[in-house]
Design a protein around this ligand. Structure first.
Ligand code: ZN
Ligand code: ZN
Length: 151
């Protein structure tokens, strides 16, 4: 899918689910890793993560587009367009948009897995933790290193 086709898809989704035209630009972003898309407040353009343009991620792509269009729609209508706003949460649900960027393995895999001695809660981490200082968030028990290098 190229930028033109993607733009057409965004416009179609906007009309179908929001009953409102999208008149901004759609740009493919090749550098996004964990970000699915981004809506820009200044000129209403939307960036979409290139990884999601593959056929097998089509459903995810639609979810991301809906998510960005929620920002757009609410913003141009002077409603709560931020993630924490009730308007946003409500609209997100209504149109069936994704809350977060779907995980397609682009996220960094955790290197360390810590476990609580007391309650068994697990803590995957990118970096080493100081287990003397860092206690379990659930029960304040001590943590220990269960596994290293999970990939
Ligand atoms: Zn968002
Ligand atoms: Zn615990």
């Amino acid at each position: 899918m190229n930028e033109k086709e993607l733009t057409q898809l965004v416009k179609a989704i906007s009309l179908k689910y929001f009953d409102y035209p999208f008149d901004g630009q759609v740009i493919i972003n090749y550098r996004f890793k964990t970000t699915g898309g981004r809506y820009h407040l200044n000129d209403h353009h939307i960036e979409i993560n290139a990884h999601f343009l593959k056929k097998k991620y089509y459903q995810d792509l639609v979810g991301i587009i809906k998510h960005e269009l929620c920002h757009y729609y609410l913003h141009v209508h002077h409603l709560g367009y931020r993630h924490r706003d009730q308007d946003f949460k409500y609209l997100l649900k209504k149109v069936g948009a994704s809350r977060y960027a779907p995980d397609i393995g682009l996220r960094k895999k955790p290197k360390y897995l810590y476990c609580c001695h007391n309650c068994g809660q697990r803590y995957p981490r990118q970096r080493r933790l100081n287990t003397r200082r860092f206690l379990c968030g659930k029960c304040h028990g001590k943590l220990f290193l269960l596994k290293k290098d999970l990939h």
